[in-house]
Write a protein that binds this ligand. Sequence first.
Ligand code: ADP
Length: 209
Amino acid sequence: MSTPRRFSIGITGGIGSGKTTVADMFAARGAALVDTDLIAHSLTQPGGAAIAAIHAQFGASFLTADGAMDRARMREYVFAESSAKARLEAILHPLIRIETERAAQAAQGSYLMFVVPLLVESRGWRERVSRVLVVDCDEQTQVRRVMTRSGLPEAQVRAIMAAQATRGQRLAVADDVIDNDGDADALVPQVERLHATYLALVADVPPPP
Ligand code: ADP
């Protein structure tokens, strides 16, 4: 008999929307976070689970001296060689799925929250979570936050945003929305309210009004 899937939230939002900030606030209240970006990153670190396959598929020149994937080189190659992206994803995606599942099994907390930057863009994620929580803000706010955080020029930030789902596409699949156009204090009551809702749902009792 298969184990019933645990109640889980998938939290997403565009770059700079504040999903990491908000996810950390849920974690501080007892949610167990599984961050798919961190998992993806760890796969291509020295000794990571994807390194042997990357070596076999692309060759040693795509690894750094310490045995990590050479990100800069891979980025250039994937940009120039159209089949390379699919070949890299064919290695990474199944491993991300396995490692995410493993992390979820091990996670301790009052409920499970998957941090998935590209949840709306990726097939399969919506079916894997009980609810989708979107952290939303206007595009100008996103641009400003990312420019401040990373120092990237506006055009580059906008190019990243253009490659992601639109604000409308994200909101269309949201069960819950946190508005992050205000300051950090404005997040607290929204997080508190949803946290209470999630605790009620995980206990299978009606959520508070
Ligand atoms: P994401 O994970 O969606 O890319 P982050 O949570 O990393 O977004 O937030 C992007 C940047 O904006 C970070 O530097 C963060 O500290 C800042 N930030 C997020 N929310 C707010 C807010 N409400 N007020 C001020 N700064 C914020």
